[in-house]
Design a binder for this molecule. Structure first.
Ligand code: GRF
Length: 191
């Protein structure tokens, strides 16, 4: 299975996927890593010899124009699956339309709880004693697509956004690696 991963940040989840895919027995290959900015996580792709590309959001006059360029770059690569792993950008409809249902996203909350860009912060602010990690199929909404995998994670007294997110990320990585494997082996249709 040919996988393109899109990031915006440190790419720790991306790194976990790169490490998993480095195992010849893993049924998926990361063929490219893209970002909407000069993301630090692109260094992980370079370390693993995976081609990278940047479609700077700031360089486009609209979200739709950015989406058209992103779609064109991905279409050149022809991935079987697009993985959003810390892409802090809503995909314009054109991108979703071109690749759906073969786009999945990992989110640091127990969807449909706490969707959006601040799921960890929102869970903390809500004072809940548990949150979670989720992998969904991307649709046109904000974290509204079909849930493919998710797991509960405790919120501990004294947690900060950072300590909670650090507890969530390893679970996200495990779920993501497993979901990509299941899609690659046909055990899990993206829908
Ligand atoms: C992950 O928790 C992801 O779900 C969220 O942002 C975080 C990205 O972390 N959207 P990293 O860039 O993979 O370290």
């Amino acid at each position: 299975l040919k996988v393109a991963v899109l990031i915006s940040g440190t790419g720790s989840n991306l790194r976990a996927l790169l490490e998993a895919a480095a195992d010849p027995s893993y049924p998926a290959e990361i063929i490219a890593v893209g970002a909407d900015r000069d993301a630090a996580g692109l260094a992980h792709a370079e370390e693993f010899g995976v081609p990278t590309f940047v479609v700077p959001f700031a360089a486009h006059e609209s979200r739709e124009a950015w989406g058209r360029e992103l779609t064109a770059r991905l279409a050149e690569i022809e991935p079987d699956l697009v993985v959003l792993s810390g892409l802090m950008r809503l995909l314009p409809h054109g991108v979703v339309e071109r690749f759906a249902p073969n786009i999945i996203n990992t989110h640091p909350a127990y969807l449909p709880e706490f969707p959006g860009a601040h799921g960890v912060r929102d869970a903390l602010a809500a004072g809940v004693d548990q949150t979670g990690a989720s992998v969904i199929v991307v649709d046109d909404g904000v974290d509204t697509g079909p849930i493919v995998a998710q797991e509960r994670i405790p919120v501990l007294p004294g947690d900060t956004e950072e300590t909670l997110h650090d507890r969530i990320k390893p679970v996200e990585r495990r779920l993501l690696i497993d979901v990509v494997r299941r899609i690659a082996t046909g055990d899990l249709p993206p829908r």
